[in-house]
Design a protein around this ligand. Structure first.
Ligand code: MN
Length: 195
């Protein structure tokens, strides 16, 4: 039987400051994500889902099991893609070339990504994903949805639930999203792209 565990953060809780404060990481990772893990484990105990991977559950479940599994998968991708703030933080290699080819430049991609995140009504996530052919696409996903449900490979995501930014940025969601570029670990994103 599978029991899902809270992921380990690949950095200290204060490492992302001032882009994301230690208080926000403490609540977002330590409370919100932990609750999704606890809820999923309670909901799948003694069901066929207890034998499945997180990705499988996200593609076949419904209701509360889907929502909690989706939020765990989304947050695992989210928290593992960051690092301490960097100046002139840019992707390299095939991912950088694909971004340039699809969006014109890194700056144009970032502008479009922030626009889609800022414009998502309510709670959800903005994603950069790859198709099976390696083409790049930005999507808005509501609530706990994940691009793997559409057959896409998730590469990068910004969480636009208010719990992700309200302690630090209050209603200034676009400012929060723009600030996140300094902490994106492009090496991790490129590994997800795998080309
Ligand atoms: Mn969140």
């Amino acid at each position: 039987m599978t029991t899902f565990e809270l992921m380990n953060l690949p950095y200290a809780q204060d490492a992302l400051a001032p882009v994301i404060s230690p208080e926000t990481v403490g609540f977002h990772y330590g409370k919100h994500l932990q609750t999704y893990v606890n809820n999923l484990n309670a909901a799948i105990a003694g069901t066929p889902f207890a034998e499945k991977s997180l990705e499988e559950i996200v593609c076949i479940a419904e209701g509360g099991i889907l929502n909690n599994a989706g939020q765990i998968l989304n947050h695992n991708l989210y928290f593992s893609q960051f690092m301490a703030p960097q100046e002139d933080n840019r992707p390299k290699g095939p991912l950088a070339e694909a971004i340039k080819k699809t969006f014109g430049s890194l700056e144009q991609f970032q502008e479009e990504f922030v626009k889609k995140g800022a414009g998502l009504f309510g709670s959800g996530w903005v994603w950069l994903s790859a198709t099976t052919e390696g083409d790049l696409v930005i999507t808005q996903e509501p609530n706990a949805a994940n691009p793997i449900q559409k057959g896409l490979v998730p590469l990068l995501t910004f969480d636009v639930w208010e719990h992700a930014y309200y302690l630090d940025y209050q209603n200034r969601r676009p400012d929060h999203l723009k600030a996140l570029w300094a902490i994106v670990n492009w090496k991790v994103v490129a590994e997800r792209y795998g080309r």
